[in-house]
Design a binder for this molecule. Structure first.
Ligand SMILES: *Cc1c(COP(=O)(O)O)cnc(C)c1O
Length: 410
């Protein structure tokens, strides 16, 4: 075997030795709370009740969206045939962008939107295009990997500010005389579920003449009266706002959009390389997304958001009742579908996850360096499609697992 392959094997073996090797599982059935899953390398699928999907409204396998997808494929075919600037930009893409611009019009003056294949690409596109050599990017410490990678791709200098620390950010902005400044933050922190202080970030952007780039991957569809996300929930309004929403989570399909003043969108069309140098997503995806937006803003969306809120309240109440009295595990405040149950050390997180697994329950265990040392957690993600009984099963299993003395972790 070549030395190059040996090196890679050595690195994989090292991950294995630290229990850090990631393994995929194969979903045999559609996205839903109960799914048949086969762990790669094994043959027998298991039916698991999962609490780790991003399908917050339960739309990922909705028949109306599958029908819209099929209709879109019948009308436009399966492939877009090219990039957006060279033939790939279909009527369905244009309609979706217009619809999303209308959605964001109350929050961004002269709003337009631009559809990207994924949220990862949208973040790379926005930060690399707006973050030119003269710019400084102020990046929230807990930002998603795609924002971190976007900042790396940008020619701008990058300064990280401490988590939700408005005073520190204010001072950093005040000390900076770059002609272009970008404040960049997740709206909902993906490992914690709580909201960034977006109002205050926007006030800083106004005061220091900066852009505010907000990634609402976990808020879009979920927050706000009609699901328009953090901008609607908080009533934001500014031409400095550059909003990214992803469409593969609550919207149940795939893709992402950037909404901003039309001048920003015009500029991105010219300069955002992850927009320009890739094949446009299939028009059928955009067509299905139009149907998804109709569901999200209508009665069904409202009912699903209410169901999700009921499951969140039920879970929080249930878990608080089974938390150990010694304070060794806790559930921080979170108003979103992401509910972090912090258990402290890695071994306890892994043990709890294994105990849940043995009962047919799947919850992600998140460990450092993804989260700070001492805050290893079970990241519980709820969906409108979870039933009351699903949450009871999880709370019961957590009660058993958390009541076991810590020494058993050894
Ligand atoms: C999921 C996620 C993304 C990436 O979106 P994709 O459409 O899955 O590529 C970006 N930002 C945040 C905060 C996310 O959670």
């Amino acid at each position: 075997m070549s030395r190059l392959l040996e090196r890679l094997q050595g690195e994989i073996a090292a991950l294995d030795a630290q229990s850090l090797r990631r393994r995929r599982q194969i979903a045999e059935t559609a996205c839903a709370p109960e799914q048949s899953l086969t762990l790669a390398g094994t043959t027998a699928p298991r039916t698991m009740l999962g609490f780790s999907s991003n399908d917050y409204l339960g739309l990922a396998a909705h028949p109306a969206l599958a029908a819209a997808w099929a209709e879109g494929a019948a009308r436009y075919g399966t492939g877009s045939g090219g990039s957006h600037l060279i033939l790939g930009h279909s009527r369905a893409h244009a309609q979706l962008e217009e619809r999303l611009a209308d959605w964001m019009a109350p929050f961004i003056p002269e709003a337009q939107s631009l559809f990207f294949c994924t949220g990862y690409m949208a973040n790379l596109g926005v930060l690399s295009a707006l973050g030119g050599a003269e710019a400084v990017i102020f990046s929230e410490a807990l930002n998603h990997a795609s924002l971190i990678d976007g900042a790396r791709l940008a020619k701008a200098r990058v300064e990280r500010y401490p988590h939700c620390d408005i005073d520190a950010l204010d001072a950093m902005l005040g000390a900076c005389d770059a002609p272009v400044k970008l404040i960049v933050s997740d709206a909902v922190f993906s490992m914690d579920g709580h909201l960034a202080p977006v109002h205050q970030l926007l006030a800083l952007a106004e005061r220091h003449d900066a852009w505010l780039v907000v990634d609402d991957a976990h808020g879009f569809g979920v927050l706000g009266d009609t699901g328009r996300g953090v901008v609607q929930a908080l009533g934001l309004h500014s031409e400095r706002l550059v909003l990214i929403g992803t469409l593969g989570k609550a919207a149940g399909v795939s893709g992402a959009f950037v909404a901003a003043h039309r001048t920003v969108i015009d500029y991105l069309v010219q300069r955002a390389r992850p927009y320009i140098f890739t094949t446009a997503a299939p028009p059928a995806v955009a067509h299905a997304l139009l149907a998804s937006l109709t569901l999200i803003e209508g009665e069904e969306g409202a009912a699903r958001r209410a169901a999700l809120q009921a499951r969140i309240a039920q879970l929080r109440e249930g878990v608080k009742a089974v938390l150990p009295a010694d304070g060794s595990a806790w559930l921080p405040e979170s108003p979103t579908a992401i509910q972090p149950l912090i258990v402290g050390d890695n071994a306890r997180a892994m043990r709890t996850m294994a105990q849940l697994d043995a009962r047919g329950l799947r919850v992600g265990a998140i460990r450092p360096p993804t989260v700070p040392v001492g805050t290893a957690r079970l990241r519980i993600a709820l969906s409108a499609s979870h039933s009351r009984a699903d949450v009871v099963r999880l709370v019961d299993a957590l009660g058993v697992a958390l009541s076991q003395p810590m020494q058993e972790a050894a």
